[in-house]
Design a protein around this ligand. Sequence first.
Ligand code: NZQ
Ligand code: ZN
Length: 395
Amino acid sequence: MKDFTFHTPTEVLFGRRSEERIASLVRKYGGTKVLLHYGGSSAERSGLLPLIRTALAEAGIGCVELGGVVPNPRLTKVREGIDRCRAEKVDFLLAVGGGSVIDSAKAIAYGVPYAGDVWDFFDGKAKATAALPIGAVVTIPTAGSEMSNGCVITNEQGWQKRGYSSGLSRCRFAVMNPERTYTLPPYQTACGAVDILMHTMERYFSPETDMTLTDALAEALMRTVLDATPVVLAEPTDYRHRAQIMWAGSLAHNDLTGCGNVGDWATHHLEHELSALFDVAHGAGLAAVWGSWARYVRTSNPQRFVRFAVNVMGVTNDFADADRTALAGIEAMERFYRSIGMPVSIPELIGRPATAEEIDEMACKCSRGGTSTEGSFRVLAADDLRAIYRAANGE
Ligand code: NZQ
Ligand code: ZN
């Protein structure tokens, strides 16, 4: 069992009408002038942004706006946000949206007090020592950025997608009203389910397996998402199931399901190269490679995959053949992905097979030019990563 620190300082306001408290939360955490940061049109259309503008104005809190964050948020927008915050003397970032908007806000928060270029953090050249405070109003449960210490940004130059983690960017508060997720298109709901499951699996498929309490929490979380997702796809305004998915999204990535374990994260990093190169949705990219990763690494600890198959996927244990049970669990998860409209291969993800050059590029970037490895359940070098991409490509 690995020693751990569990620090989850985000104040969560969960439930109907929780948005009504946004202005008082901004005040509570010291905001006097806010950058209201958001994506495309969904939050405007739903009436959420108008509501927030009015609440901030009524509370006498200054507000400047920066919308237009795209999925797989871009460095250019981050730099624009940094300039805007400095020019307008913004002291609080309010992110309204999902992982992309919250991550863009986190990068801006690091960049404002930093004298150099914000990409230095993502490039491993600098460590953040300060960040502006952030609050999140979550409209899509998936990335878990509202409670995580992670932040993932895409640099358009070279299409590099890189993460940076620091407790400094943990949101001061997260406002979560499950009703705000009713408008999600089915594809985004499904992508969210995959990402929530994957954040749990990245911690569950660990070389450390002593922490049975952590395992039980992870298994319950995964079963909840497996049960609730088809319900909300059929009935988008089902509050009870929307709420459980939303809360699962935060718990899957606030480290609760990883206490005592060593995370793997290879599937995430394989995926980040897919979304960097093909600009696909993160959840869909994860679904497209996970099965190939799982088949490739399963023999490192077959019993872990057996436990997953039986306790999460409801597979009957074939005690005579652990590998058969393990494979049945992997196939059951792929069946689930298909059933919610997610791809389970690269051709299904991008509409064609990746070329050999594209696979080489992704394996090379993922292993930092062959200088680093990925994963802990099984440590993967560039050749292993290439083999997993090829398997996912149907080769
Ligand atoms: O831009 P708008 O119009 O708002 O539309 C968004 C966007 O197109 C739409 N949407 C959001 N809420 C909606 C809605 N549409 C209708 N009704 C609503 N209530 O959903 C689309 C996707 O939004 P996005 O924020 O991109 O999704 P997600 O939360 O999945 O974030 C993905 C990003 O997070 C990163 C991913 O790599 C990706 O860049 N991740 C961040 C992590 C972290 N910070 O800890 C961890 C994750 O593993 C992940 O890597
Ligand atoms: Zn993720």
